[in-house]
Structure formats: structure tokens, C-alpha cells
Design a protein around this ligand. Structure first.
Ligand code: ADP
Length: 485
């Protein structure tokens, strides 16, 4: 086994203490590249979650009454701690999640950037003064913290999804109970360890770990608590919908970052090398396990064959292996469930006439490794055109007219990200307007940044994370009418 890095915390973090589950039961955390067990963490349930909520509630008054500048100082220290320990955090991330070390380093910087950004945004949570409706009154509007909030995060970005929620929530004065994904709790616990070192007061940030079986109990305890005023969730559409239904009970606010089915359109006036660079990173980054991955690549007829050939050459050069090995650019899939899904989608597509141009099989490395794959002749009759692949499989369809590409791109219940490559300024505005997604990448396959609002429309979610907009969801407006003046 590779050497385990610092920050390997193996207990949950509640009220500033490292705590075990009452039952004593533990969950194994495995290296997806080898199947080896890295560590075990507590299997916590409703009782421990309720305790964490109480700790967060205790901490709320003190934290929310601090000045925004005071909170910013703590968050900036947290960001600095992440940055100065980036290599150790990145190797822990690679060990539990599988992505190449270089990608983990990028994720750690991205994760830290939310603390820096929202430390500043927290200081600019301005209210308003509204011209009153009567002469003897003044109308004030303030933005206030919600109270205790819950975060539920996925395994594909085990650090960044935590900080993208915790940073705006805490900057606005809330206290958080976080439930990280069962496959990747160690990155979240490492972030908690750095919180402790950076002066985050006990109870302000709590991490409750658990397995797949415990997740609904933890979720329910959060949602049903009268103290928890919001749930921020990133994960599958099915679970997101369930959580939203559950939140209706006592009207807990909810924001959801759910699945995507991103189209990536290459028009014949595009810079093809740039489009290939974009497609490669957008498709194969994190072994295709991102919700903004290019799920359907549409290439205009006249450049289709050239594009396919060049993408296959690039796919051939991808080095597959353990993410901590030098030169590796693609790790394993997270688990066998993920691998079997990719296999099912590829088999369905080839059964209905799609052609494998390269790859199409489990990788010789074994385990959950899958070959970088390029497939052509994909049609809407195939499941792969409708479901998130979450694997390193590029599916290509050719198209004739701009209108056809836009219609195919929008023919999905999802609406997270969409991409296209073109150098025609009229087309750029037309297509950017026409794509029914929350995010549009024009001439780029990389759109994630803390400064811009990330989120989807349609069944891809509700709310935005990051940017000046991302903090609003973690606050409530209060209107104060001062009369009798
Ligand atoms: P994926 O299929 O990518 O694992 P999920 O939506 O199942 O996505 O998981 C995302 C997060 O939601 C994880 O932290 C998981 O434990 C959690 N989760 C799954 N089911 C529930 C549930 N019923 N209630 C609360 N959280 C859940």
C-alpha cells in the first residue's frame, strides 16, 4: 500500500471532538485503484446526527454574532492551511478517490479558493434601504444567516464539493453539519482537521460519516430537525428529488446540484485543435466522472472524420494506472457499480449500431479500470445518449445544421452544462442563448471557477454555488419597517 499522508483522521468531527459511532460500527474506505482498505470511519446514524445538530446550534449564536471580518480571518486561515498542505491533501484525495495526483492538486486549489472567495463575499453581504410607502416610515432590508445548515456531498470531488458549500455557509454566519460521500470521507475529515487548526470554533463545522445504509437516516435527521434551515446537496437526481420531497415537510430550504447530460458541439468553423483539447479534458478528466463532463459530442459532418481520428489518437495516449504513479492521466472508476454502468451503456449502444473506434473494454490494469473509449454513430435510441455515462467513454454523433445540433443538445430533461466551439460571432451568441443549461462553455471545456455561478436548470438542480450569487442561498432576507418617525 502507498504510504498514507498526514491528516488521516478516522473519527467523525462533532462539536470540536473526534468521535466514534455509538454502535462502534465502522465503514471501510478503500483505494479504488487497488481495492485495499485505507482506513475505517464511524458508521453514524440519526442519533449522532441529532447530536451534531445540537452542537452546531450551540455554536451558532457566537459565530453568527461575530463580524464578517472576523469570520473572514478564520476562513482565510483555513484556505492558507489547505494551500500549504496541498500535496498531502492531494495524495489523500487520490488514494480514496482514484483521480491522478495532478488533478487532485488542481482540486485542492479549487477547494481552497472557495474559502478565500467567500471570506471576501461574506464581508459584502449588503442589505438595502428602500424608499418607503408612507412618509413616516423607513424600510430596511438585511441579509441574515439561516442557522444550522446541512451539506451532503458526493465522491467525485471530495474536497471541492465540501468547501463550495461550507465556505459560503460559514461566511454568512451559519453552522454546518456535513455528510460526505461514503466512498470518500477522508478528504472531508482532513478539511475538518485543518478547520480545527485554523481557529474555526467547535461546533461551527461538523462532519458526520456513514455508509450507504446510514445515508437516508442522516439525511432524514437533518431534514426533520426544526433547527436545520437548509440542505445543500450535490449528487444524483434521484436522491436530490427525494430530499426535496422530504424537505417539504417543514419547508427546509434546499439547493440541489444534480446530474447532467452535457452536449459538446463542434461546428465546422471551430479551431479544431482547440476543440480537441477541450473535448479531451471535458470528457476524460476524472475518468469522465464529473456532472459537467461532455456526455454527448456532436460534430458537424464535414469535420467529423478528422475530429474522430484525432480524438482517438489522443485517447490512445492516455496513461491509465494508479493516480499516484508518475505520468498517469487516468485513474480507475470509483467502484464496480460505476464500472458495470459503463459496460451496460456501451453494450446497449453497440447493440443498437454504435461503432467502437478505440477502447470499449475493461482495462488490462484490472479492478475498476476502463479503457479510454471513443464511439461513433451514437443515436437518441441508445441509453448512452440519455444517461450520464460517468466513465471515460466519448460518444460522437455527426450533424448537418446548427439547428439540428441545438435541438439534439436540448433534447434532455437535464440542463447543467453545455459546450460548443465556433469562431462565428453570430453563431456564438445564437447558440449560447439557445442552449437550455445553467452553464455554457464557448471555446472551452473547463468552466469551473469560484468566481462564477455553478448550477443547473430543469432536472439538473436548483440554486447556484460559487460567485457573488452563491452566498445568497445561505441567507434569508429580513424586511424591517420603521414607522411612526
Ligand atoms: P452517487 O450515485 O453519485 O453516489 P448519490 O446521490 O447516491 O450519488 O450520493 C450523493 C450523496 O448523497 C452521498 O453523500 C450519499 O451518501 C448521499 N445519499 C444517498 N442517498 C441518500 C438519502 N436517501 N438521503 C441522504 N443522503 C443520501
Amino acid at each position: 500500500m502507498a504510504q498514507l499522508p498526514d491528516f488521516l483522521k478516522t473519527e467523525s468531527y462533532v462539536g470540536g471532538q473526534w468521535v466514534k459511532a455509538e454502535s462502534g460500527e465502522r465503514l471501510e474506505v478503500n483505494d479504488p485503484a487497488t481495492g485495499e482498505t485505507l482506513a475505517t470511519v464511524p458508521r453514524m446514524g440519526a442519533v449522532e446526527t441529532t447530536h451534531a445538530i445540537a452542537e452546531a446550534q450551540k455554536a451558532f449564536e457566537g459565530w453568527s454574532n461575530r463580524t464578517a471580518a472576523d469570520r473572514a480571518t478564520v476562513l482565510l486561515a483555513w484556505a492558507a492551511a489547505m494551500r500549504s498542505n496541498a500535496a498531502a491533501l492531494a495524495s489523500l484525495l487520490t488514494l480514496e478517490q482514484g483521480k491522478p495526483f495532478s488533478e487532485s492538486l488542481v482540486e485542492i486549489e479549487y477547494a481552497a479558493s472557495f474559502f478565500s472567495w467567500f471570506a471576501e463575499e461574506g464581508r459584502r453581504l449588503y442589505g438595502d434601504i428602500i424608499p418607503p410607502h408612507r412618509a413616516d416610515a423607513r424600510i430596511l432590508v438585511t441579509r441574515n444567516a439561516l442557522g444550522v445548515v446541512g451539506g451532503i456531498t458526493p465522491w467525485n470531488f471530495p474536497s471541492a464539493m465540501v468547501t463550495r458549500k461550507a465556505a459560503p455557509a460559514l461566511a454568512a454566519g451559519n453552522c454546518m453539519v456535513l455528510k460526505p460521500a461514503e466512498a470518500t470521507p477522508l478528504s472531508a475529515l482532513a478539511i475538518a482537521a485543518l478547520a480545527e487548526q485554523s481557529g474555526v470554533p467547535a461546533g461551527v463545522f461538523n462532519v458526520v460519516t456513514g455508509g450507504r445504509e446510514e445515508a437516508p437516516h442522516i439525511g432524514r435527521a437533518l431534514i426533520d430537525s426544526p433547527h436545520v434551515r437548509k440542505i445543500g446537496f450535490t449528487g444524483s437526481t434521484a436522491v436530490g428529488k427525494q430530499l426535496m420531497r422530504d424537505c417539504a415537510g417543514d419547508l427546509t430550504k434546499v439547493s440541489l446540484e444534480l446530474g447532467g447530460n452535457a452536449a459538446f458541439i463542434v461546428f465546422d468553423d471551430a479551431d479544431i485543435d482547440a476543440a480537441l483539447d477541450g473535448a479531451q479534458i471535458c470528457k476524460f478528466r476524472n475518468s469522465g466522472q464529473t456532472c459537467i463532463a461532455a456526455n454527448r459530442i456532436y460534430v458537424q459532418e464535414s469535420i467529423h472524420d478528422r475530429f474522430v481520428e484525432a480524438l482517438c489518437e489522443r485517447a490512445q495516449q492516455i496513461q491509465v494506472g494508479h493516480g499516484l504513479e508518475r505520468g498517469v492521466s487516468q485513474g480507475p472508476l470509483i467502484d464496480h457499480r460505476g464500472l458495470e454502468k459503463v459496460e451496460r451503456l456501451v453494450a446497449d449502444a453497440t447493440g443498437k449500431g454504435a461503432k467502437i473506434r478505440i477502447g470499449g473494454q475493461r482495462h488490462a490494469v484490472g479492478g475498476t479500470f476502463y479503457q479510454p473509449t471513443v464511439m461513433t454513430g451514437v443515436t437518441p435510441a441508445m441509453d448512452i445518449a440519455h444517461e450520464e455515462v460517468f466513465g471515460p467513454v466519448a460518444t460522437i454523433t455527426s450533424f448537418r445544421k446548427e439547428q439540428d445540433a441545438v435541438e439534439m443538445a436540448n433534447n434532455t430533461p437535464y440542463g447543467l452544462a453545455g459546450y460548443f466551439y465556433s469562431r462565428d460571432v453570430g453563431r456564438i451568441f445564437r447558440v449560447a442563448d439557445a442552449l437550455k443549461t445553467g452553464i455554457v462553455g464557448v471555446n472551452t471545456g473547463l468552466i469551473s471557477t469560484e468566481v462564477a455561478p455553478f448550477g443547473g436548470v430543469k432536472e439538473s438542480g436548483i440554486g447556484r454555488e460559487g460567485s457573488k450569487y452563491g452566498i445568497e442561498d445561505w441567507t434569508e432576507l429580513k424586511y424591517i419597517c420603521l414607522a411612526g418617525l
